[in-house]
Design a protein around this ligand. Structure first.
Ligand SMILES: C[S@@+](CC[C@H](N)C(=O)[O-])C[C@H]1O[C@@H](n2cnc3c(N)ncnc32)[C@H](O)[C@@H]1O
Length: 197
């Protein structure tokens, strides 16, 4: 599968400029502000080396990490074992996630996955989110609105995200966050979108 090979070789070559090496700060802020119900289940598609997963796992959430790149899953698994944090790992194409097989989740956490997939597949991403989040559950995430040509990371806009999600989700929060890392400051929309029943 060419997309999987592309991403897996980025890990093999250690060409992973997107990787913060730690949880993205807006999520820490969100958890500390009490906006994510404790001990909930969280699905993280395109989880990479799993920094968000390990952080949330340590905080007592039931986290499932999905990535189709074996090198990403191996690195995340190793790190979680090193830190003694329980996380469930699924090596799978996120577009093939199936609630009957993988369960449904209270939350889906979006962190540099939406910007990594082919922009033509964004409607498929939304369908995956609708399938995998329980009614009343939430997508919490960062949408990268850097506005530059090319990708990945492929830019999006507030209008595009609203257009894609508005049929199935209520927008609880949707604004540029102040808590981004310096290199992404002013370019990330923090979204909390509640899946309609
Ligand atoms: C830009 S990286 C971000 C990784 C991680 N979220 C982070 O912030 O460090 C995108 C990740 O999505 C994964 N990915 C891309 N398309 C995918 C797909 N269709 N199914 C599963 N994983 C995918 C890649 O393997 C890669 O690990």
């Amino acid at each position: 599968m060419p997309e999987m090979d592309f991403w897996n070789s980025r890990y093999l070559e250690k060409n992973t400029g997107w990787d913060l090496g730690r949880v993205s700060p807006p999520f820490v802020h969100l958890v500390e502000s009490g906006k994510i119900a404790p001990y909930s289940t969280v699905l993280i598609p395109g989880a990479g080396r799993g920094w968000e997963a390990i952080y949330l796992g340590r905080m007592g959430f039931g986290v499932t990490c999905v990535d189709f790149a074996p090198e990403a899953i191996a690195a995340a698994r190793l790190q979680s074992e090193k830190e003694g944090v329980k996380v469930t790992f699924i090596q799978e194409d996120l577009f093939l996630l199936d609630p009957e097989k993988h369960g449904v989740f209270d939350y889906l956490l979006e962190q540099t996955c939406f910007c990594a997939i082919d922009p033509d597949r964004r409607a498929d991403y939304v369908r995956m989110a609708v399938r995998m989040i329980r009614p009343g559950g939430e997508l919490v995430g960062l949408f990268y609105v850097h506005g530059r040509e090319g990708g990945p990371p492929w830019t999006t806009t507030a209008e595009e995200v609203r257009g894609l999600f508005k049929r199935d989700f209520d927008f609880l929060e949707f604004a540029i966050t102040e808590h981004s890392v310096e290199s992404r400051r002013g370019e990330e929309i923090l979204a909390r979108l509640r899946r309609r029943p």
